[in-house]
Design a protein around this ligand. Sequence first.
Ligand code: GDP
Ligand code: MG
Length: 297
Amino acid sequence: EKNYVGFATLPNQVHRKTVKKGFTFTLMVAGESGLGKSTLINSLFLTDLYRDRKVPNAEERINQTVSNVKHTVSIEEKGIKLRLTIIDTPGFGDAVNNTESWKHIEDYIDQQFEHYFRDESGLNRRNIQDNRVHCCLYFISPFGHGLRPLDVECMKALHEKVNIVPVLAKADSLTQAEVSRKKMNIREDIKLFGINIYQFPDCDSDEDEDFKRQDQILKDSIPFAVIGSNVQVESKGRKFRGRVYPWGVVEVENPAHSDFLLLRNMLVRTHMQDLKDVTRETHYENYRAQCIQNMTR
Ligand code: GDP
Ligand code: MG
């Protein structure tokens, strides 16, 4: 089952009712222009996995993104439904006005909170559509030392509003050693500048050793080194998504080449529910508390 995403294994984490109604999850990408945001979204979810599903405008996706674009994919696995919304955003440098280039991202997140808050205070509270952004993949250039000043500004503008998961873009342009070094620099910068990225929850002490080992691997991989590609490569009788170079072929889904699979598993299998919980309990609560404070002032 190569195209199996794995969210169907989620039910043990959640209430049965949610399972029946189906899951909704909203993911957003952000970062400098040209780092492969649109391509990665496509690699992660849109084409390969849902090959028999007709995704309209397949060409359009690889064009430069000039405004927030919302993709919705409905998938069903083992009788369980997932409605995945992906918000692709123009990178910094794409916009005409590059000052406060993350403003459209911040505004989008706020608007979703605002809608939810309004719906929650309304009459039809039972059927609220949850469009809150549960996770933001933040793309970091492989060509810098660590974070750039614009990255720091942007992440700080967003970190109280959304779960930020940092990724090291275009990892195929770096050697293994460079990937390790850049990851370390980025982790140091994140600490140094006081950026609150999404924290993976601690393991329960009664989890087995294998689970704990996997969990530690995940935590140590931050920022996830990713490679995106829109093309199927055929090599040695196998077909896969990859990038071709004079010196060889990079496979997007090969764990030795990138953290792509780790990231996708984390998003749709192991941590989807926690990302939603943190959104509701922390980010949305902050927003709500502020609204109420402003109303009573
Ligand atoms: P965006 O502006 O961040 O959405 O970037 P795009 O997805 O439009 O990609 C910009 C360019 O980088 C395109 O030519 C892609 O083919 C290329 N690209 C995307 N992902 C990768 C990657 O992982 N590695 C390399 N080397 N190139 C990539
Ligand atoms: Mg784009």
